[in-house]
Design a protein around this ligand. Structure first.
Ligand code: NAD
Length: 260
């Protein structure tokens, strides 16, 4: 059981990350939440985790663009809560534009947040995990770690990169009681998806309603959005002792998307 363990979840002030943090806390893990947003709203979510589940919840304001802040987030878990047993690299952003119009700065920012931050956080957390002979690294990849869609060059490249990072870390840590896996969700209804609808509509010359039905849910054979709770339940399983032999794997939770 993960009761009493410490989970650090990047990008957990909203969406899938917040669902991960709450699901780990429901299992009795202490958590470090992280991400951007309104300070009062974040403090309310942090306090609610403690109140709902009787665990400790800390907030790290580390910006996933800044290496020393990412390292500091892992250190915060180690010094204040005793360890970083479970690291979930989840923070991510999206930008939708054709390659020829895609700003270079935006490309660099997406690679930094969606890929490089996972490398830096893992680099910081692995020594402590190796010392304890137990650890779980779970990366939120995407169906876009396995297949592409047009107009998402930086995102698809970062997520394919996460696949490579996941497999490499799995091999390096395999004999230390540490697993490293990637979760590959299809479309999950979160602010990240909601916010890309206007740009996708513009890029494809469609209405926003057409984008939901003909672009997003068209890719998903179930024709339904995945829920954040379903994604979090998969992460809880990957963190469990029964999942100790599952490492270096890509776990699709996509309503059949990449099966097509
Ligand atoms: P979201 O926008 O709700 O959450 C993103 C989180 O990342 C927020 O907490 C935000 O504050 C944080 N974040 C963004 N930039 C940051 C920075 N510089 N430093 C620290 N934190 C930062 O989106 P979501 O849909 O919950 O996405 C979470 C992850 O799931 C992302 O990696 C995303 O690519 C992935 N994903 C989402 C979907 C989907 O359909 N929603 C599908 C597949 C994969």
């Amino acid at each position: 059981s993960i009761k009493g363990k410490v989970a650090v979840v990047t990008g957990s002030t909203s969406g899938i990350g917040l669902a991960y943090a709450r699901a780990f806390a429901a299992e009795g893990a202490n958590v470090v939440i992280n991400g951007l947003g309104d300070a009062a709203a974040i403090e309310a979510e942090r306090a609610k985790i403690e109140a709902d589940f009787g665990v400790k919840a800390l907030y790290s304001d580390a910006n996933m663009l800044k290496a020393e802040e990412i390292t500091g987030m892992v250190k915060l878990a180690e010094t204040e809560l005793g360890a970083c047993d479970i690291l979930v690299n989840n923070a991510g952003i999206q930008h939708v534009a054709p390659v020829e119009d895609f700003p270079i700065d935006t490309w660099n920012t997406i690679i930094a947040i969606n890929l490089t931050s996972a490398f830096i956080a893992s680099k910081a957390a692995i020594p402590g995990m190796k010392a304890k002979k137990w650890g779980r690294i779970i990366n939120t990849a995407s169906a876009h770690a396995l297949v592409a869609s047009p107009f998402k060059s930086a995102y698809v490249s970062a997520k394919h990169g996460i696949a490579g990072l996941t497999k490499t870390i799995a091999l390096e840590t395999a004999t230390f009681g540490i697993t490293c896996n990637a979760i590959c969700p299809g479309y999950v209804w979160t602010p990240l998806v909601e916010k890309q609808i206007p740009d996708t509509a513009k890029a494809r010359g469609m209405t926003e309603e057409q984008v939901k039905k003909e672009v997003l849910l068209a890719a998903q054979p179930t024709k339904e959005f995945v829920t954040v709770e379903e994604v979090a339940a998969l992460a809880v399983f990957l963190a469990s002792d029964n999942a100790r032999s599952i490492t270096g794997a890509m776990h699709q939770i996509d309503g059949g998307w990449v099966a097509e």
